[in-house]
Design a binder for this molecule. Sequence first.
Ligand SMILES: Cc1cc2nc3c(=O)[nH]c(=O)nc-3n(C[C@H](O)[C@H](O)[C@H](O)COP(=O)(O)OP(=O)(O)OC[C@H]3O[C@@H](n4cnc5c(N)ncnc54)[C@H](O)[C@@H]3O)c2cc1C
Ligand code: FES
Length: 239
Amino acid sequence: MLSTDDGWGGSAGRPYLPRAFSVAEAKRGEGGVRLDFLVEAVGPGTERLAALQPGEALGVTGPLGRPFSLPRDLGPELAGAILVGGGIGLAPLAIWRRQLAELGIPVRTLVGFRDPEHSGGVEELFSCCEVRLTSDDGHVGHRGRVTDLLGVLLEGNAAASAAVYACGPPPMLETVRVMCAERGVVAELAMEAPMGCGFGACFGCAVPLAGGGYLRLCVDGPVVDAAEIETALVPGSGH
Ligand SMILES: Cc1cc2nc3c(=O)[nH]c(=O)nc-3n(C[C@H](O)[C@H](O)[C@H](O)COP(=O)(O)OP(=O)(O)OC[C@H]3O[C@@H](n4cnc5c(N)ncnc54)[C@H](O)[C@@H]3O)c2cc1C
Ligand code: FES
């Protein structure tokens, strides 16, 4: 959860509560750990964060919640990973891709964008590796949806030996959830929901479970087993 020291809460009003972010990269260096975030300015909190100047202080609470699981922990036959990112959702996939690669786990990365305004981050976060790109309007990569590429991969042998990891807008996550459920493919989704506290107290982030009841996305997620949830179309999430 991020906020800024100045221009946040108090008599300044909105933004008041901290905002939830995915860590896109974390690297140990001299004097501490450097954290990278990918921020899309959509409202008062993200606009304030995007306007931060070098040297300004940031409030950081975390890491919070549940991260992605290794393929072998999701199934003994799973040896590889397919990463599917949409828009700003590529942030948590960047750090996950690096961690998988360091363990020698084969990774295929698919990233889709809506239009040029929503296409940031690939060069900065995935400069190291091959990424297959799609865009709705054809401005980069293959014209179409990132889930089209996933469908092609899942038709091959990949479906039997790889776990799918996805983060992106709710309609994309829902398509991934349904595609994987239909093919019996194991998938984890990094979801979003409106978050108030970030540590389980306010129930602002409740997501319906397939078997009834709810999980709190901040403590039981944001990464969830796709088979566990009723739908990825969470009211109030996505932009
Ligand atoms: C676990 C998690 C990880 C996230 N990671 C990132 C990230 O890496 N980079 C990034 O730019 N954003 C990320 N978000 C979304 C980010 O938290 C919201 O965009 C932010 O809270 C909006 O705050 P605001 O004050 O700028 O806008 P608001 O005025 O609060 O909202 C503006 C618009 O964003 C939508 N919105 C508000 N809160 C959320 C939310 N929590 N999730 C989805 N949509 C929301 C609203 O429906 C509205 O359309 C993440 C959210 C969650 C829950
Ligand atoms: S954000 Fe408060 S319970 Fe999840």
